[in-house]
Design a protein around this ligand. Structure first.
Ligand code: AMP
Length: 287
């Protein structure tokens, strides 16, 4: 496994992959890897010949007062895990390598980046758009894999690739969870034991919302309220949002008559966690 830290090294290795006809699949991450990341890596192995993983805690996607400085990092452990998964190349640039001077470019997603997480993290997605576009230009993968865990990000990246004509297939992989339903996240490491114990309420609320949609509840407000009430049973959990929105534009439908995204963001102390489920209303035959 090759570990590269500079853009010229990455490009040189990319050229080698190209001249030897290898299909490059990229899995972008911020490191402190868990089984969710590794599921993306395994998917990458099944669709390409040369799996690249990037590890970069991207400052432009963190807002003032967010957890950029304390974001968990353990590169030695990450590299061991990736080596064991048969990864070909790990790209680990420094902040100076990616941003030799403060970037004057951001990529905004009008109408999509102000919903859900964009409401409390107004600069987040323009930083994500920037760094993903940079990674796509540096590595030029044939395929890039992202997680459904970050559903809004996945939607925006799809639009980034199609609207900017990146010749890259975007694949979205399912969310990997702990046994009690909590979505795996590097940020789970922040949780105190008592917070970790109540954190699965987020997924329980999503499952109750999904069940309501699947059994015919067509009023998004009712579904939302069900999720809000469920989160309220855990006083240690402070809701940021609980939403029931259309998959394509993240707007709340008047009535649920096509698949919806149920999404929750909540704080446990200083830790902000997000999760989501897709829910399909019953078909005309009631199945
Ligand atoms: P991060 O390191 O948190 O930026 O995540 C890197 C990639 O892994 C993103 O595409 C995430 O959506 C994905 N990811 C994070 N957590 C999970 C999970 N529990 N299951 C599946 N994919 C995940």
């Amino acid at each position: 496994m090759l570990v590269v830290t500079t853009i010229p090294e990455a490009r040189a290795r990319r050229d080698e992959d190209r001249s030897e006809g290898r299909r490059v699949v990229l899995v972008p991450t911020m490191g402190f890897l868990h089984q969710g990341h590794l599921s993306l890596v395994r998917r990458a192995r099944s669709v390409g010949d040369s799996v690249w993983v990037s590890i970069f805690v991207n400052p432009t996607q963190f807002g003032p007062g967010e957890d950029l400085e304390r974001y968990p990092r353990d590169l030695a452990r990450d590299l061991q895990m990736l080596e064991a998964e048969g990864v070909a190349v790990v790209f680990v640039p420094s902040v100076e390598e990616m941003y030799p001077e403060p970037a004057r470019v951001r990529i905004s997603f009008p109408g999509l980046d102000d919903a859900l997480c964009g409401r409390t993290r107004p600069t987040h997605f323009s930083g994500v758009g920037l760094v993903v576009a940079k990674l796509f230009n540096i590595i030029e993968p044939e395929v890039a894999i992202f997680g459904q865990k970050d559903a809004q990000q996945a939607l925006l990246i799809r639009r980034l690739a199609s609207d900017l004509d990146f010749p890259i297939a975007i694949e979205i992989a399912p969310t990997v969870r702990e046994a009690d339903g909590l979505a795996m996240s590097s940020r789970n490491s922040y949780l105190q034991p008592s917070q970790r114990e109540v954190a699965p309420v987020i997924h329980r609320a999503l499952l109750l919302g999904r069940e309501a949609v699947e059994t015919g509840e067509a009023d998004p407000q009712v579904v939302r309220q069900l999720m809000i009430d469920t989160i309220a049973t855990a006083p240690a959990v402070t809701l940021d949002y609980a939403e029931c929105v259309r998959i394509g534009d993240l707007l709340e439908p008047e009535r649920i008559d096509s698949p919806v995204l149920l999404a929750i963001a909540a704080h446990l102390g200083a830790t902000r966690l997000i999760d989501n489920e897709l829910a399909c209303p019953p078909g005309p035959t009631g199945e």
